[in-house]
Ligand binder design. Structure first.
Ligand code: SF4
Length: 348
């Protein structure tokens, strides 16, 4: 929903503020599928809206549900033919370490493809097609809000961890966040929104000044420059010292906790020295590490064994690091971390 232009359109017609509120309520609260359902609006206005504003800029190509029904991946076609993905993760309370039981999280994409070329990520292999507009980001959320409404459920969390690097599409990401948080818009609590970056230092610096209580996550995946550069080429531009300084400054300004994401890859970043280096980096009490099981994305990298994952976790604990295992979703439908735009995608 192109809410910015919709607002301009209503103002241009001389509509009063309450009319805009009614329109926003129809879109974000009543979650109408069609302007005809917005019966609080006069028929003439509904007709005009129908002519000029589509309820969604996304065409659903495919909906895939995981076997255990905890994840649903939507593959969408954009108006220019590019393809993106978004994932609904249902915390079904079947996992021991899941503290969000009964809640629904949407993982959204911020770009079609991605230029960052991280070695463990399927999206990186397709390269960057283009930035998504704020409207296209919001429409991923609204799609799943309408989807969940049929089950009398709602979205509880939004994470910018799908395709793309949100800080390389900074303005549209922030615009989408503000609309999703707007009390007359989607009205999701700001602390229920998280943005994950691969380490774009200028983005982190700018984000610190937004005065938004959005959660920040850093895709770290290695604790020394050599390994990190091999896994994530962006580390050449923003090496660990620079990245950690930016995160430290962010915390000084915001006093907010920062999550670090760490995929465990066999023989690459799961060795004893990696745990020791990681513990050295995690010296701030507001740092928290999320260990994640690596999922096959067709590269040469292999997941660490269960024994190694447990050992790595225990070592970090012993070294005093605040650490958890992140619950994994949707491996069988290629919806897990790093798998979007993988084998069954149509981006190529
Ligand atoms: S992990 Fe994120 S930043 Fe890296 S290539 Fe994949 S989508 Fe891009």
């Amino acid at each position: 929903m192109d809410i910015i232009n919709l607002e301009k359109f209503l103002k241009g017609r001389g509509e009063k503020d309450y009319r805009l509120k009614q329109v926003k309520k129809a879109v974000f609260v009543d979650l109408v599928n069609d302007w005809n359902e917005a019966t609080t609006l006069a028929k003439e206005l509904r007709e005009k809206l129908k002519e000029q504003f589509q309820i969604s800029s996304l065409e659903l190509l495919k909906l895939l549900e995981s076997k255990n029904k905890d994840s649903t991946k939507a593959i969408f076609k954009l108006k220019d033919g590019n393809v993106i993905e978004a994932v609904l993760m249902k915390h079904l309370n079947t996992k021991d370490d899941d503290t969000k039981a009964g809640r629904n999280t949407i993982c959204v994409s911020s770009q079609a493809g991605c230029a960052m070329n991280c070695g463990f990520c399927a999206t990186g292999k397709v390269g960057l097609k283009r930035n998504l507009t704020g409207e296209e980001i919001i429409d991923q959320v609204l799609f799943f809000a309408r989807f969940l409404k049929k089950e009398n459920q709602a979205i509880n969390n939004i994470v910018f961890m799908g395709m793309g690097e949100p800080f390389l599409n900074y303005d549209n990401t922030i615009q989408a966040i503000r609309i999703l948080n707007d009390k007359d818009g989607f009205n999701l609590g700001i602390r229920h929104i998280s943005v994950s970056t691969c380490g774009i230092v200028p983005g982190i610096e700018k984000f610190a000044d937004e005065n938004l209580q959005v959660n920040l996550a850093i895709s770290l995946h290695a604790a020394d420059d050599e390994t990190r550069t091999k896994l994530m080429p962006i580390n050449k531009t923003y090496p660990l010292a620079e990245l950690m300084k930016a995160v430290g400054d962010y915390i000084k300004k915001t006093n907010r906790k920062v999550m670090f994401e760490y995929l465990l890859i066999d023989g690459v970043n799961d060795r004893a020295e990696d745990a020791a280096n990681l513990a050295k980096l995690m010296k701030n009490s507001l740092y928290h590490i999320n260990l994640i099981k690596y999922h096959d994305t067709g590269s040469d990298l292999k997941p660490s064994s269960q024994a190694k994952r447990t050992h790595f976790f225990d070592t970090l604990k012993k070294l005093g690091v605040s650490v958890t295992f992140r619950v994994s979703f949707g491996e069988d439908i290629l919806a897990a971390c790093g798998q979007l735009a993988g084998k069954n995608n149509v981006l190529e």
